[in-house]
Design a protein around this ligand. Structure first.
Ligand code: AMP
Ligand code: MG
Length: 441
């Protein structure tokens, strides 16, 4: 039995037997758009769950939410001052102070002509009053106050429902829950919220040349920066349960790491996905019965991108709502695998273009795109290559300037950049043209 949310594209692909996959695994390079569409259509939104509101930050709403209460819920004072009847106030006229209404329980007091009630910000408006005079605009005179200004009806009074009407939609399914969204839900008395699933992720960085930062480097070795990069990018997507390990470029080491990693919803393997003799990831995945859906995408940087999946019986690795009742039929556990190029900039770009939308979809997000910002291009650019090219650059004060070496190993330039500009094949852009820049921070 398949998961109920299993989609037709993946369904069709899953009927291929593994033997068939091994021999007829896709080796055709596909377009970037095709790759993104296939990835997004293949991954499955994880079951939604209820979490305490305080833990909902950066998750995606799993249902629409509507206001239970108007906001403000009752007429109240916008200032510390005096509640009055505007028509009974004259500039320099005196009013008798008849009591006090702080913020808190409504004392159900009434103001009449010639009277004022001491009131504080957020306190309910007493009956009869239709305006508040701020305390700075009165002069106390014994038990009276003299009003120093003209008063208009409605002044400094916050009307029930002026901000939000009961029944109004306050949060749409698939929308990210931000700090202010949480505050709004709290203001409506919601203690819990239904959010999309929380995928677990495993990162494997492959390469005999890699050394963990903090350790000594031998000649020919480099520090592993991709596992740090990919973990941080995962965290930015809202994934917090992340395991990281290193694999040598040998079959046994890779098999062990992949078998452990496939227990997560998402497995990201960095390096070893290209065509060299030491690029063993694709074969290791096939040997472990992964279905490879995509291998190689026409994008620069990032051509050796791989996408596949494992499907095995067993409880969902995150312990979430099972796909079938326990004891009745086997449960399916799915792991989506992404093989990213080892070059750091390629790993970064392919993560943003293919992995990020997949994760967001698994988490129940509606908007899978990076934020796009219009900018003036600082220098002319041409793509005379045969793949769309993502230029790394810095967007500042409305101007986008390519930074650093536009090469896939050039991590320093990437660290100075904050946006990507996509140049289609054959596209030529002139300095000062207005372009759309994809922002990631
Ligand atoms: P590969 O994709 O394995 O052929 O690696 C391509 C390039 O990326 C090589 O120069 C690797 O040394 C480098 N590389 C691979 N993995 C990492 C990593 N985890 N951190 C930094 N550089 C890496
Ligand atoms: Mg390698």
């Amino acid at each position: 039995m398949r998961r109920p949310a299993w989609n037709p594209v993946a369904e069709a692909a899953s009927f291929r037997s593994n033997a068939e996959t091994l021999t007829a695994s896709p080796t055709e390079m596909i377009s970037e758009d095709e790759a993104r569409m296939q990835v997004v259509q293949t991954v499955v939104a994880l079951p939604s769950r209820q979490v305490p509101l305080s833990q909902a930050l950066d998750y995606f709403a799993a249902q629409d939410y509507f206001a239970r209460l108007p906001l403000p819920p009752f007429d109240n004072s916008a200032m510390d001052g005096y509640a009055v009847i505007a028509s009974s106030c004259k500039k320099h006229g005196r009013l008798r102070v008849i009591g006090e209404q702080p913020a808190g329980p409504d004392r159900k007091l009434r103001v009449s002509e010639g009277e004022a009630l001491r009131i504080f910000t957020g306190a309910p408006i007493p009956q009869g009053a239709d305006a508040i005079v701020m305390q700075e605009d009165v002069t106390p005179e014994g038990t009276d106050v003299s009003v120093d200004v003209n008063v208009e009806s409605g002044e400094f009074l916050r009307q029930r429902g002026c901000d939000l009407a009961a029944g109004q939609m306050i949060l749409t399914r698939g929308e990210r829950i931000r700090a202010a969204t949480m505050a709004l839900l709290a203001s409506q008395g919601f203690a819990d919220v239904m959010v999309g699933g929380q995928p677990t992720a495993a990162v494997i960085s492959t390469g005999d040349e890699l050394v963990k930062s903090g350790e000594d480097l031998q000649p020919g070795q480099i520090y592993d920066s991709n596992s740090v990069l990919l973990s941080a990018l995962l965290r930015q997507c809202g994934v917090s349960d992340i395991s990281v390990e290193h694999s040598r470029d040998d079959r046994q080491s890779l098999h062990g790491a992949i078998k452990r990693g496939m227990k997560s919803h998402i497995l990201i393997i960095s390096g070893g996905v290209s065509v060299g003799e030491h690029d063993l990831v694709k074969d290791a995945l096939l040997e472990l019965e992964a279905k490879i859906e995509i291998w190689r995408v026409a994008v620069k940087p990032g051509k050796p991108f791989l996408f596949g999946q494992f499907e095995s019986e067993g409880a969902d690795s995150a312990g979430e709502t099972p796909t079938a009742p326990i004891g009745k039929m086997p449960l399916l556990r799915q792991c989506f695998v992404f093989g990213l190029p080892g070059n750091p900039v390629s790993a970064f770009v392919t993560f943003l273009q293919f992995v990020r939308p997949a994760i967001l979809r698994m988490m129940g997000a509606t908007n899978l795109d990076l934020r796009q910002v219009p900018a003036k291009l600082a220098a002319g650019l041409t793509n005379d290559g045969d793949r769309p090219h993502y230029i790394r650059g810095r967007l500042e004060d409305g101007e986008f300037t390519p930074v650093g070496r536009q090469e896939s190993h050039a991590l320093f330039g990437l660290s100075q950049a904050n946006g990507l500009l996509r140049l289609a094949v054959g596209q030529s852009l002139k300095a000062n043209e207005i372009v759309d820049v994809q922002m990631w921070d």
